[in-house]
Design a protein around this ligand. Structure first.
Ligand code: AMP
Ligand code: GLY
Length: 420
């Protein structure tokens, strides 16, 4: 089989390594991939948002199957365009990817179908939003409607901060058209849990739960990032919580999407908060999470390609999906300065025996050598029978990887360990 994976980060590297375990995956192309992914796939210099070029490539190279991993191409209709030329895909069509592409859509969906989430108001006029903020309960949360590179959410601890965020989103258009509407919602408290799921629109199979660490610095301090590390499973996702989620959130969501004529096939990601009133949805993503995938897929026992094709073909009900019992931890190594400005082009050294544990996110090849090219450079994942061993293992492996200005959090997994 000739497989094409759209995207070029650590998540895509984890997907590609897992797909490769199936001998039927003869050739894997990554569009665009990156310098590290190049060790496991044929990288092609086509951007993940360049849908006409992606379609042309698929056509010219007789691609048998495509995995569309990032949010942008999914929301732009990459799956629809590939299906139009007969390429089966893993990932939702545009009509279903809107569950991530528009927060107003997803909030209204949850309200209509009684799915637990934070109470909210929607505004398309900045003056109305600012007036509402005069009396809104504080803290409050301001969200741009559309995609904003994960930066469109402000948890405002003061009225002033909330007003500033509305102005940035709606008046300064910091995120372009994504800011033509805002959602202002109730502030919720509780531990956060990420649950990725496989769904073909009828059947939903949650994967092992995980916990992201979004802030840049130890102790959950500093600015928000794309994720500095993850652990799986998440100890706050108890069996009782899992049952409640299946009944009140997961099944109602896929049924709601189907009822709206927007059947979701692919990986549906539930960002949850376990509040004192039970689990509530913080956000939906229409794709695998990054860096959640880097701990979830190493624990997947089943063959990923087989499961993905069952999703695509609507046969998930008959496809066993199993995870192994242990735990996993991924430590992200970044360039100092990230998520602000940082240097690039530093050579990366990774011992040969550590390579299987490494998922490369921001690195390029220069004269055959791997050099840093992004803020988050790579993730290192270890698995073990118990979480404490996975955490120690991930740091032991990560500390063998060297590059100039290397930076990581030293407390990935500590919150999970203290909850056990
Ligand atoms: P997002 O960019 O949608 O992943 O949101 C970023 C972070 O904002 C989430 O991981 C939560 O920590 C926080 N957040 C989002 N919505 C709420 C809410 N209603 N209450 C409290 N925190 C929230
Ligand atoms: N780790 C959060 C996300 O992928 O959106």
């Amino acid at each position: 089989m000739r497989i094409m994976v759209i995207g070029g980060g650590g998540r895509e590297h984890a997907i590609i390594k897992k797909l490769k375990e199936n001998p039927a995956a003869e050739t894997i192309y990554a569009l665009p991939g990156n310098g590290g992914i190049a060790a496991d796939a044929v990288c092609v210099d086509i951007g993940a948002k360049d849908i006409p070029a992606i379609v042309r490539f698929a056509d010219e190279h007789d691609i048998d199957y495509a995995v569309v991993a990032p949010d942008d191409p999914l929301v732009l209709g990459c799956v629809d365009a590939l299906e139009d030329i007969g390429v089966p895909c893993f990932g939702p069509r545009k009509s279903a990817a809107i569950i991530e592409g528009s927060k107003v859509f997803s909030k209204n969906l949850m309200k209509k179908y009684g799915i637990p989430t934070a109470a909210y108001e929607v505004f398309d006029d900045p003056a109305e939003a600012l007036k509402y903020l005069d009396t809104a309960p504080i803290p409050t949360v301001v969200k741009a409607d559309g995609l904003a590179l994960g930066k469109g959410v402000t948890v405002a601890m003061t009225r002033e901060e909330a007003r500033g965020s509305v102005k940035e989103i709606m008046e300064d258009r910091k995120f372009g058209d994504s800011g033509s509407r805002v959602v202002i919602e109730e502030y919720l408290e509780g531990p956060e849990v990420s649950v990725l799921s496989f769904t073909d629109g009828e059947t939903i199979v949650p994967m092992v739960s995980s916990m992201d660490h979004k802030r840049a610095l130890d102790g959950d301090k500093g600015p928000n990032t794309g994720g500095m590390g993850t652990v799986a499973p998440n100890p706050f996702y108890t069996e009782a919580v899992a049952e409640e989620c299946m009944e009140r959130i997961f099944l109602p969501t896929i049924r709601a999407m189907k009822a709206e004529g927007r059947e979701f096939r692919g990986c549906l990601y539930f960002g949850l908060m376990v509040t004192k009133d039970g689990p509530k949805v913080i956000e939906y993503n229409c794709r695998f999470g990054d860096p959640e995938t880097q701990v979830v897929l190493p624990l997947l026992e089943s063959d990923l390609l087989t499961v993905m094709r069952a999703v695509t073909e609507g046969r998930l009900k008959d496809c066993p999906v199993t995870f192994r019992k242990g735990a996993a931890c991924c430590v992200v190594l970044a360039s100092a300065g990230y998520p602000g400005s940082y240097g690039k082009g530093y050579e990366i050294s990774i011992p040969e025996n550590v390579l299987p544990h490494v998922f490369v996110a921001g690195a390029a090849l220069r004269d055959g050598k791997l050099v840093t090219s992004g803020g988050r450079v790579l993730g290192v994942t270890a698995t073990a029978d118990i979480l404490s061993d996975a955490v120690c293992g991930a740091y032991a492996l990560a500390d063998t990887v060297a590059f100039e200005n290397r930076f990581c959090r030293r407390d990935i997994g500590q919150r999970a360990l203290s909850a056990q």
